[in-house]
Design a protein around this ligand. Structure first.
Ligand SMILES: Cc1ncc(COP(=O)(O)OP(=O)(O)O)c(N)n1
Ligand SMILES: Cc1ncsc1CCOP(=O)(O)O
Ligand SMILES: [Mg+2]
Length: 219
């Protein structure tokens, strides 16, 4: 299967779980295992924020989580750290406007890997498309406490605008998304939702992932 196939990416984006050790109240591998049991469809390793691991400890955690993903055929995406993604032969990377430009990243990681790009405007979306993005991450859709330097939340406006203007690239919403509001993100035109807190801090990680799945698939 070509992992960069547009339809495959749209399916993978449905329930996109993002986390690193600072987001977990329990051991990250246990959290990821529970989320997989709940039916997540894609995973992003985002080792960022207060207390984030660095160096060898970060690499070892990434390898452990990648192994879990492999066992369950969940694609494994690395946030920001292109060299780590290359070293681990990850399925792809996610980059933002402050990270390396998509066309540079594409030269480094090759043509068989997924590149997700965060976009906040139509112009950023056009540049990301030209740079070879495979999907857009759009948000914060709702207020979030997880990313300190996040832009103000902007609802689903940009998702709707891009769809109205005929942009068909896979899109995932991010920021403050829960099972209660996920349906509105899909209705706006997103293919899926990406979440940190709604899964990683839930009393039952497995139930949270299941509930999110239900909202995405059933509205
Ligand atoms: C799916 C998805 N969408 C957006 C982001 C945010 O990326 P970025 O703007 O680079 O911010 P950081 O996550 O690096 O702090 C994301 N990680 N994933
Ligand atoms: C990484 C990121 N980018 C935009 S909002 C956000 C944080 C999303 O986390 P949460 O799902 O806990 O609001
Ligand atoms: Mg980034």
């Amino acid at each position: 299967m070509n992992i960069r196939n547009c339809d495959s990416i749209k399916v993978a984006l449905k329930v996109y779980f993002i986390m690193g050790s600072p987001n977990c109240n329990d051991n990250p591998a246990s959290v990821l295992q529970a989320a997989i049991e709940g039916g997540i469809t894609l995973f992003q390793f985002r080792e960022k924020g207060t207390g984030a691991l660095t160096g060898n400890a970060k690499v070892e955690l990434a390898k452990q989580l990648q192994q879990l993903c492999r066992q369950h055929q969940i694609p494994f995406i690395v946030n920001d750290d292109i060299n780590l993604a290359i070293a681990l032969n990850a399925d792809g990377v996610h980059i933002g406007q402050e990270d390396e430009p998509a066309d540079e990243v594409r030269k480094k990681i090759g043509h068989d890997k997924i590149i997700g790009v965060s976009v906040h405007s139509y112009d950023e979306a056009m540049s990301a498309l030209e740079g070879g993005a495979d999907y857009f991450g759009i948000g914060p859709v709702f207020p979030t406490k997880t990313k300190e330097d996040a832009k103000p939340s902007n609802g689903t406006k940009l998702i709707e605008e891009l769809r109205d203007r005929g942009i068909s690239i896979p899109i995932v919403g991010i920021g403050g998304i829960t099972a209660d509001n996920a349906g509105s993100v899909i209705k706006a035109g997103a293919d899926g939702v990406s979440v940190i807190t709604a899964i990683s801090h839930a009393p039952s990680v497995t139930e949270a992932a299941k509930n999110l799945r239900k909202s995405v698939f059933e509205g």
